[in-house]
Design a protein around this ligand. Sequence first.
Ligand SMILES: Nc1ncnc2c1ncn2[C@@H]1O[C@H](COP(=O)(O)OP(=O)(O)O)[C@@H](O)[C@H]1O
Ligand SMILES: [Mg+2]
Length: 316
Amino acid sequence: MTYKRFTFFGGKGGTGKTTSSSAYALHLARSGVRTLAVSTDPAHSLADAFGKKIGSSIVKLEDNLWAIEIDAGLEAQKYMEGVKEQMRRIVSPAIVAELEKQLRVAYVSPGAEESAIFDCFVDLMEKAGSDYDAIVFDTAPTGHTLRLLTLPEVLGVWMEHLLEKRNKAMDMMKMAAHYERDLQEKIKNDPVLSLLSRRRERFQRARDLLTDQDLTTFHFVLNAEKLAVLETERAVESMKEFHIDVGPLIVNRVLPPETGPFFANRRRQQAGYLEQIRAEFGKYGVVEVPMLDSDIEGIAELEKVAPMLAVLDKEN
Ligand SMILES: Nc1ncnc2c1ncn2[C@@H]1O[C@H](COP(=O)(O)OP(=O)(O)O)[C@@H](O)[C@H]1O
Ligand SMILES: [Mg+2]
């Protein structure tokens, strides 16, 4: 089997992202792949899907299978505390307040929670390979996830700009500090510059992982409905714009013939949308998952869906 180290499942709310990601994680684990399921959706439901308690630290669900639901609020708080702590250690109290302000601007502007989730997410991605063979991400509805995944790109440019500004300011100070050795030392080890550049390197590393087609792939989950094609088209374009590999799409809740004559008309409609989806996205691969007769909650239920997603390994 050829699975990717990082597999993302995304799409509109309620389409089956959590179901698909947990079923796929279960499939990998049962194939002997050490797998971590990660939810980056603030509205977590991995615990419901697996029917087990999962929280903001990694728990083992069974052999080869672990899970975590990233707590955005908590991470944001930890994140700011961590940064402040670093600051306190390297600069005098008098300028801590000013630096804190700069840092809040530098790190948090595009959304404290997204930055924090992203940080947690980079940590996990960098840990993979040693602790886990694969990480499966259950993401938030499309817009949120796009912002999250494109954070390195967007913030990278912006941080470049901040670094430039800080460099200029330091150049001025260097001129002013021409005869003062103390000040010269301080300038050489400017904490703001070194934090910013470490941050930039981290983002660069994250981008390298996310855009590496051999490591990362993104599966859209959609239902065979009217607006699905249009919306998915846009989302796929955005992924490609940021050079993230798009893998086979998952069309979930396809009505099987057993649904009988009452659903005959709906089935015909779905067949039409499915045809459209295949025409539009066939080049990425399309996997159908039927509507089951009940919610998919608990490992026994996920076991029904897991084999249907085994094909994702082969099509990768
Ligand atoms: N193929 C399916 N058949 C029956 N129920 C499904 C199917 N896919 C998803 N569900 C149920 O629909 C609900 C929403 O699915 P979920 O995977 O949580 O969506 P999302 O994560 O995209 O919001 C859940 O209760 C889930 O058990
Ligand atoms: Mg979900």
